[in-house]
Design a protein around this ligand. Structure first.
Ligand code: SF4
Length: 292
Protein backbone atom coordinates (compact mmCIF):
# COMPACT_ATOMS: atom_id res chain seq x y z
CA UNK A 1 0.00 0.00 0.00
CA UNK A 2 0.94 3.63 -0.47
CA UNK A 3 -0.75 5.12 2.55
CA UNK A 4 -2.62 8.42 2.36
CA UNK A 5 -5.24 7.38 4.82
CA UNK A 6 -4.99 10.26 7.23
CA UNK A 7 -4.54 13.95 6.39
CA UNK A 8 -0.77 13.60 6.79
CA UNK A 9 -0.91 11.78 3.42
CA UNK A 10 2.73 10.80 3.88
CA UNK A 11 2.66 8.06 1.23
CA UNK A 12 4.51 5.47 3.32
CA UNK A 13 4.40 1.81 2.33
CA UNK A 14 4.18 0.86 6.01
CA UNK A 15 6.61 -2.04 6.06
CA UNK A 16 9.79 -2.22 8.17
CA UNK A 17 11.83 -2.65 4.99
CA UNK A 18 10.24 0.12 2.90
CA UNK A 19 9.52 2.53 5.71
CA UNK A 20 6.82 3.41 8.18
CA UNK A 21 4.83 6.62 8.05
CA UNK A 22 4.35 9.39 10.56
CA UNK A 23 2.00 7.14 12.55
CA UNK A 24 4.89 4.65 12.86
CA UNK A 25 2.63 1.65 12.39
CA UNK A 26 2.91 -1.22 9.92
CA UNK A 27 -0.02 -2.24 7.71
CA UNK A 28 -1.14 -5.05 10.03
CA UNK A 29 -2.94 -4.03 13.22
CA UNK A 30 -1.04 -3.47 16.45
CA UNK A 31 -3.29 -3.51 19.50
CA UNK A 32 -2.51 -2.64 23.15
CA UNK A 33 -5.74 -3.52 24.94
CA UNK A 34 -9.20 -4.96 24.33
CA UNK A 35 -11.63 -4.82 27.23
CA UNK A 36 -14.98 -3.56 28.44
CA UNK A 37 -14.72 0.12 29.33
CA UNK A 38 -17.17 1.92 31.59
CA UNK A 39 -15.80 5.45 31.27
CA UNK A 40 -17.09 6.57 27.90
CA UNK A 41 -20.20 8.75 27.70
CA UNK A 42 -23.30 7.01 29.17
CA UNK A 43 -24.93 6.19 25.77
CA UNK A 44 -21.71 4.41 24.78
CA UNK A 45 -20.74 2.65 28.02
CA UNK A 46 -24.25 1.73 29.14
CA UNK A 47 -24.35 -0.59 32.13
CA UNK A 48 -22.14 -3.37 30.82
CA UNK A 49 -19.46 -1.35 29.08
CA UNK A 50 -18.17 -0.50 25.65
CA UNK A 51 -15.99 -3.07 23.90
CA UNK A 52 -12.89 -0.94 23.45
CA UNK A 53 -10.03 -2.00 21.20
CA UNK A 54 -7.01 0.32 21.50
CA UNK A 55 -4.80 0.59 18.43
CA UNK A 56 -1.15 1.54 18.91
CA UNK A 57 0.56 4.44 17.13
CA UNK A 58 -0.93 7.79 16.13
CA UNK A 59 -0.54 10.34 13.38
CA UNK A 60 -1.00 13.24 15.82
CA UNK A 61 1.67 14.38 18.26
CA UNK A 62 -0.27 15.70 21.25
CA UNK A 63 2.16 16.80 23.95
CA UNK A 64 -0.37 16.00 26.68
CA UNK A 65 -1.48 12.61 25.34
CA UNK A 66 -3.03 10.54 28.12
CA UNK A 67 -2.36 7.32 26.20
CA UNK A 68 1.31 8.07 25.68
CA UNK A 69 2.45 4.49 26.16
CA UNK A 70 0.59 3.38 23.06
CA UNK A 71 0.39 6.61 21.03
CA UNK A 72 3.97 7.82 21.38
CA UNK A 73 5.89 4.80 22.66
CA UNK A 74 4.03 2.45 20.29
CA UNK A 75 3.47 -0.29 22.86
CA UNK A 76 1.26 -3.06 21.49
CA UNK A 77 1.13 -6.47 19.89
CA UNK A 78 0.82 -7.16 16.15
CA UNK A 79 -2.20 -9.32 15.40
CA UNK A 80 -3.96 -10.74 12.36
CA UNK A 81 -7.30 -9.66 10.95
CA UNK A 82 -8.67 -13.03 12.01
CA UNK A 83 -7.57 -12.44 15.60
CA UNK A 84 -9.12 -8.96 15.54
CA UNK A 85 -12.44 -10.56 14.57
CA UNK A 86 -12.10 -13.03 17.43
CA UNK A 87 -11.41 -10.17 19.85
CA UNK A 88 -14.62 -8.45 18.73
CA UNK A 89 -16.56 -11.68 19.28
CA UNK A 90 -15.01 -12.14 22.72
CA UNK A 91 -15.96 -8.62 23.79
CA UNK A 92 -19.52 -9.10 22.53
CA UNK A 93 -19.71 -12.40 24.47
CA UNK A 94 -18.62 -10.47 27.60
CA UNK A 95 -21.61 -8.16 27.10
CA UNK A 96 -20.16 -5.22 25.16
CA UNK A 97 -22.91 -2.87 23.99
CA UNK A 98 -20.79 -1.91 20.99
CA UNK A 99 -17.34 -2.38 19.49
CA UNK A 100 -15.33 0.76 20.01
CA UNK A 101 -12.22 1.16 17.84
CA UNK A 102 -10.02 3.64 19.70
CA UNK A 103 -7.58 5.75 17.69
CA UNK A 104 -8.42 3.89 14.45
CA UNK A 105 -7.51 6.60 11.90
CA UNK A 106 -4.31 4.91 10.68
CA UNK A 107 -6.05 1.53 10.68
CA UNK A 108 -9.07 2.48 8.58
CA UNK A 109 -8.11 -0.16 5.99
CA UNK A 110 -8.07 -2.81 8.73
CA UNK A 111 -11.42 -1.81 10.23
CA UNK A 112 -13.00 -1.65 6.78
CA UNK A 113 -11.68 -5.09 5.78
CA UNK A 114 -12.72 -6.55 9.11
CA UNK A 115 -16.28 -5.29 8.84
CA UNK A 116 -16.56 -6.57 5.26
CA UNK A 117 -15.44 -10.04 6.30
CA UNK A 118 -16.97 -10.06 9.74
CA UNK A 119 -20.09 -7.88 10.15
CA UNK A 120 -20.81 -7.22 13.82
CA UNK A 121 -24.18 -7.58 15.54
CA UNK A 122 -23.63 -4.48 17.70
CA UNK A 123 -22.98 -0.83 16.75
CA UNK A 124 -19.47 0.01 15.56
CA UNK A 125 -17.88 3.08 17.16
CA UNK A 126 -15.10 5.11 15.50
CA UNK A 127 -13.35 6.81 18.45
CA UNK A 128 -10.93 9.28 16.95
CA UNK A 129 -8.80 12.33 17.63
CA UNK A 130 -10.70 14.01 14.81
CA UNK A 131 -7.78 14.17 12.37
CA UNK A 132 -9.46 12.01 9.74
CA UNK A 133 -9.55 12.45 6.00
CA UNK A 134 -12.94 12.82 4.36
CA UNK A 135 -12.07 10.33 1.62
CA UNK A 136 -11.15 7.69 4.17
CA UNK A 137 -14.33 8.33 6.11
CA UNK A 138 -16.35 7.87 2.92
CA UNK A 139 -14.86 4.38 2.60
CA UNK A 140 -16.42 3.59 5.98
CA UNK A 141 -19.92 4.76 5.10
CA UNK A 142 -22.49 2.19 6.14
CA UNK A 143 -19.96 0.32 8.28
CA UNK A 144 -19.55 2.71 11.19
CA UNK A 145 -22.66 3.48 13.22
CA UNK A 146 -21.33 5.92 15.81
CA UNK A 147 -18.59 8.49 15.40
CA UNK A 148 -16.87 9.77 18.53
CA UNK A 149 -14.47 12.45 17.30
CA UNK A 150 -12.50 14.96 19.31
CA UNK A 151 -12.63 18.56 18.21
CA UNK A 152 -9.50 19.72 19.98
CA UNK A 153 -8.87 23.15 18.43
CA UNK A 154 -10.24 25.67 16.00
CA UNK A 155 -7.00 27.61 15.96
CA UNK A 156 -4.13 26.33 13.83
CA UNK A 157 -1.38 27.92 15.92
CA UNK A 158 -2.56 26.14 19.04
CA UNK A 159 -3.01 22.90 17.09
CA UNK A 160 0.56 23.16 15.86
CA UNK A 161 1.90 23.86 19.35
CA UNK A 162 0.08 21.07 21.17
CA UNK A 163 -0.59 18.42 18.49
CA UNK A 164 2.00 19.11 15.76
CA UNK A 165 -0.61 19.69 13.02
CA UNK A 166 -1.49 23.21 11.95
CA UNK A 167 -4.27 22.05 9.60
CA UNK A 168 -6.12 20.23 12.38
CA UNK A 169 -9.01 22.74 12.55
CA UNK A 170 -9.80 22.52 8.85
CA UNK A 171 -9.39 18.74 8.69
CA UNK A 172 -11.33 17.97 11.84
CA UNK A 173 -14.27 20.22 11.00
CA UNK A 174 -14.49 18.75 7.48
CA UNK A 175 -14.31 15.26 8.97
CA UNK A 176 -17.03 15.92 11.53
CA UNK A 177 -19.36 17.33 8.87
CA UNK A 178 -18.82 14.13 6.88
CA UNK A 179 -19.51 11.98 9.94
CA UNK A 180 -22.79 13.79 10.58
CA UNK A 181 -23.72 13.51 6.90
CA UNK A 182 -23.28 9.74 7.13
CA UNK A 183 -25.13 9.06 10.35
CA UNK A 184 -27.78 11.76 10.32
CA UNK A 185 -29.19 12.94 13.66
CA UNK A 186 -28.28 10.78 16.63
CA UNK A 187 -30.59 7.93 17.63
CA UNK A 188 -30.87 6.53 21.13
CA UNK A 189 -32.49 3.24 22.01
CA UNK A 190 -35.01 2.89 24.77
CA UNK A 191 -32.79 2.90 27.84
CA UNK A 192 -30.51 5.54 26.39
CA UNK A 193 -27.86 3.54 24.52
CA UNK A 194 -26.71 5.07 21.28
CA UNK A 195 -27.59 3.24 18.10
CA UNK A 196 -26.33 5.75 15.61
CA UNK A 197 -24.95 9.28 15.47
CA UNK A 198 -22.07 11.55 16.42
CA UNK A 199 -20.78 12.67 19.82
CA UNK A 200 -18.25 15.51 19.52
CA UNK A 201 -15.75 15.61 22.36
CA UNK A 202 -13.67 18.49 23.61
CA UNK A 203 -11.08 18.25 26.37
CA UNK A 204 -10.60 21.64 28.05
CA UNK A 205 -6.89 22.47 28.28
CA UNK A 206 -5.34 24.72 30.94
CA UNK A 207 -5.50 28.34 29.81
CA UNK A 208 -7.62 27.39 26.79
CA UNK A 209 -11.19 28.05 27.89
CA UNK A 210 -11.52 30.47 24.97
CA UNK A 211 -10.73 27.52 22.67
CA UNK A 212 -13.43 25.43 24.34
CA UNK A 213 -15.92 28.25 23.82
CA UNK A 214 -14.95 28.63 20.17
CA UNK A 215 -15.45 24.89 19.67
CA UNK A 216 -18.87 25.03 21.30
CA UNK A 217 -19.83 28.01 19.14
CA UNK A 218 -18.84 26.04 16.04
CA UNK A 219 -20.90 23.04 17.08
CA UNK A 220 -23.94 25.19 17.86
CA UNK A 221 -23.66 27.08 14.57
CA UNK A 222 -22.94 24.02 12.42
CA UNK A 223 -25.64 21.59 13.48
CA UNK A 224 -29.32 22.09 14.28
CA UNK A 225 -30.60 21.03 17.71
CA UNK A 226 -31.10 17.26 18.16
CA UNK A 227 -28.45 16.47 15.56
CA UNK A 228 -25.24 15.81 17.51
CA UNK A 229 -24.33 15.36 21.15
CA UNK A 230 -21.47 17.26 22.74
CA UNK A 231 -19.14 16.00 25.46
CA UNK A 232 -17.21 18.62 27.43
CA UNK A 233 -14.35 16.87 29.21
CA UNK A 234 -12.62 18.33 32.25
CA UNK A 235 -10.36 15.49 33.28
CA UNK A 236 -7.17 16.94 31.84
CA UNK A 237 -4.19 15.54 33.74
CA UNK A 238 -0.61 16.69 33.03
CA UNK A 239 1.24 13.75 31.55
CA UNK A 240 4.64 13.05 30.09
CA UNK A 241 7.34 15.63 29.39
CA UNK A 242 5.67 19.03 29.18
CA UNK A 243 8.85 21.09 29.50
CA UNK A 244 8.29 22.58 26.02
CA UNK A 245 4.75 23.65 26.97
CA UNK A 246 4.90 24.47 30.70
CA UNK A 247 1.61 26.38 30.54
CA UNK A 248 -0.31 23.09 30.28
CA UNK A 249 1.66 21.42 33.07
CA UNK A 250 -1.15 21.81 35.60
CA UNK A 251 -4.68 20.63 36.29
CA UNK A 252 -7.65 22.77 35.30
CA UNK A 253 -8.79 25.40 37.76
CA UNK A 254 -12.37 25.11 39.06
CA UNK A 255 -13.15 28.51 37.52
CA UNK A 256 -12.04 27.32 34.07
CA UNK A 257 -14.33 24.32 34.26
CA UNK A 258 -17.23 26.35 35.58
CA UNK A 259 -16.85 28.96 32.86
CA UNK A 260 -16.84 26.35 30.08
CA UNK A 261 -19.76 24.44 31.55
CA UNK A 262 -21.84 27.59 31.94
CA UNK A 263 -21.08 28.48 28.33
CA UNK A 264 -22.27 25.07 27.19
CA UNK A 265 -25.48 25.41 29.20
CA UNK A 266 -26.14 28.91 27.86
CA UNK A 267 -25.67 27.70 24.30
CA UNK A 268 -28.12 24.89 24.95
CA UNK A 269 -25.77 22.21 23.68
CA UNK A 270 -27.09 18.76 24.46
CA UNK A 271 -24.66 16.29 25.91
CA UNK A 272 -22.38 15.60 28.79
CA UNK A 273 -19.93 17.21 31.18
CA UNK A 274 -17.33 15.60 33.40
CA UNK A 275 -16.51 16.98 36.82
CA UNK A 276 -12.97 17.82 37.89
CA UNK A 277 -13.13 15.02 40.44
CA UNK A 278 -13.16 12.70 37.44
CA UNK A 279 -9.50 13.51 36.76
CA UNK A 280 -8.31 10.13 37.89
CA UNK A 281 -6.69 7.12 36.41
CA UNK A 282 -9.74 5.04 35.57
CA UNK A 283 -10.08 7.10 32.41
CA UNK A 284 -6.68 5.87 31.30
CA UNK A 285 -6.83 2.08 31.42
CA UNK A 286 -3.69 -0.02 31.81
CA UNK A 287 -2.10 -0.87 28.48
CA UNK A 288 -0.95 -4.37 29.24
CA UNK A 289 -2.26 -6.42 26.29
CA UNK A 290 -5.41 -7.39 28.21
CA UNK A 291 -7.73 -9.19 25.80
CA UNK A 292 -5.26 -9.10 22.92
S1 SF4 B 1 -2.02 6.77 8.37
FE1 SF4 B 1 0.17 6.82 8.89
S2 SF4 B 1 1.26 6.13 7.04
FE2 SF4 B 1 -0.85 6.66 6.46
S3 SF4 B 1 -0.79 8.79 5.74
FE3 SF4 B 1 -1.30 8.84 7.92
S4 SF4 B 1 0.65 9.02 9.01
FE4 SF4 B 1 1.10 8.38 6.90
Amino acid sequence: MICRQCPRACGAERTPERGLGLCRMPQAPVVARAALHLWEEPPISGERGSGTIFFSGCSLGCVFCQNEKISHQDFGKPITLERLGQICDELIAQGAHNINFVNPTHYAHVVSALLDAHPLPVPVVWNTGGYDSVDTLRSLEGKVDIYLPDLKYLDGTTAARYSAVSDYPQRATEAIREMVRQTGPYELEEGGLMRRGVIIRHLILPGQVHQAKAVMDWVAESFPPKTVLFSLMSQYTPWGDLSACPEVNRRLRPGEIRSAQEYMANLGLEGFTQERTSAKEEYTPPFDLTGV
